[in-house]
Design a protein around this ligand. Structure first.
Ligand SMILES: Nc1ncnc2c1ncn2[C@@H]1O[C@H](COP(=O)(O)OP(=O)(O)OP(=O)(O)O)[C@@H](O)[C@H]1O
Ligand SMILES: [Mg+2]
Length: 380
């Protein structure tokens, strides 16, 4: 039986634990707060900040896991590089976790591999930001190099917006580097996540592309398959294979692309299941979590079957604790609809608390309708 140390215990971690436990693994789930979603289904839990080097080292030493599986970006990844040298196995690789922790590193890797990205540059002051933005051409998208879920991200339409964008980015930054990436705004027709699975003993395989819509930097709904022409799909698969091969190791990656009329543009990637990929809980024979588990355990993936499906998030609206959910029965009364309630102990505005899933004809409209039926209330 493999022992897995899961770093990060959100809703994606929870589904991964379920998949891993079905294959007989023993899982220790870690996060900075007790009762996190994945802890509720794991064998053991450990509560500490994964940015705390000493606590992270101690936990690894104490549990002696066969596999260390990161679920989030905010991890002291230098520790992972170090313990990998000592013989621990990090999924998919310590280098992948380290390079994707910050946007600039993975972007530089993509450029080094000749992968098409939006035009971009870096800035470390409002003045430098103005210079770079003018050079790229407005509108531009500005993102802290260390942040996730759209925190600190904004669009500057003209020079007049630059100071506000810089200030907003500084507020949303994680870590100690005052550095932003400034990017050409891509007028895409759609954006996709291409789930890409690197196997230990097999070729790299792909799930059908997932389309999604984002608001405030967080995904709102996703669907599979996203219709795409074959040439664009092939271009995306080639780029995904190239970048994931460079990062190495075994596991599932969520590779994000912008699709314009004429082009496929690489955006970023997660070396782990992707939130927009929750749709695969209902649209595939093996979900992205099952696929990640099989890949990291070196188990075969003979076929991925998929059909039309969609997911839509259920968000909290206020700050509080002891959340309760109404409208679940109404949502579930529709055939082909399912719901996952994550079990987060507290709420805050826009916090993702559950997801509605639908399969079959008009899956997207039905998933969104189901999500709208569910509301979250909590005690303040
Ligand atoms: N250059 C761009 N042009 C147009 N839209 C963009 C651009 N960059 C980002 N966006 C929009 O903002 C969303 C979030 O950006 P991105 O994926 O880079 O960061 P993030 O979501 O904060 O990171 P993570 O996916 O790790 O949470 C994208 O999915 C896309 O909708
Ligand atoms: Mg993203």
């Amino acid at each position: 039986m493999k022992k897995i140390l899961l770093l990060g215990s959100g809703e994606l971690g929870k589904e991964f634990v379920i998949s891993a436990k079905r294959l007989g693994c023993y899982v220790v789930a870690c996060d900075s707060y007790a009762g996190a979603p994945a802890m509720q289904v794991a064998d053991e839990q450990a509560v500490f900040s994964m940015l705390d080097e000493v606590a992270l080292r101690d936990t690894i030493a104490q549990h002696q896991p066969d596999l260390i599986v990161p679920e989030i970006e905010a991890i002291r990844t230098e520790v992972l590089l170090d313990v990998e040298q000592q013989g621990f196995e990090v999924i998919p690789s310590a280098r992948a976790a380290n390079l994707t922790m910050n946007r600039d590193r993975i972007r530089d890797v993509a450029v080094g591999l000749g992968v098409r990205t939006a035009k971009f540059n870096y800035a470390q002051s409002a003045q430098e930001l103005l210079t770079q933005a003018t050079h790229i051409g407005f509108p531009v998208v500005i993102k802290p190099v260390m942040s996730s879920s759209g925190k600190g991200q904004s669009v500057a339409k003209s020079a007049a917006d630059v100071q506000a964008s810089w200030d907003y980015a500084c507020q949303g930054m994680r870590g100690d580097r005052q550095k932003v990436i400034v990017e050409e705004f891509i007028h895409f027709e759609c954006e996709i996540t291409l789930l890409t699975i690197r196997q230990r003993n097999g070729t790299t395989v792909f799930c059908p592309p997932i389309g999604h819509v984002q608001e405030r930097g967080d995904y709102q709904y996703s669907w599979q398959p996203q219709a795409m022409n074959m040439a664009h799909l092939k271009a995306a698969q080639d780029m995904a294979e190239k970048v994931t091969a460079d990062l190495g190791g075994a596991g599932l990656f969520g590779v994000e692309f912008f699709i314009t009329r004429d082009e496929v543009i690489f955006s970023e990637l997660s070396p782990r299941p992707h939130d927009t990929g929750m749709v695969t809980l209902i649209s595939q024979n093996l979900s992205e979590f099952d696929l990640h588990a099989r890949a990291v355990l070196g188990l075969p993936i003979p076929n991925i079957e998929s059909w039309e499906g969609a997911s839509a998030v259920v968000l909290a609206t206020s700050e509080g604790s002891n959340p309760s959910y109404s409208g679940v029965a109404e949502a579930l009364s529709e055939p082909g609809v399912d719901v996952r309630i994550f079990g987060k102990p507290t709420t805050r505005p826009y916090r993702r608390m559950a997801v509605a899933l639908a399969k079959g004809d008009n899956a997207l409209a039905r998933a969104r309708t189901a999500a709208q039926k569910i509301s979250v209330t909590s005690t303040s």
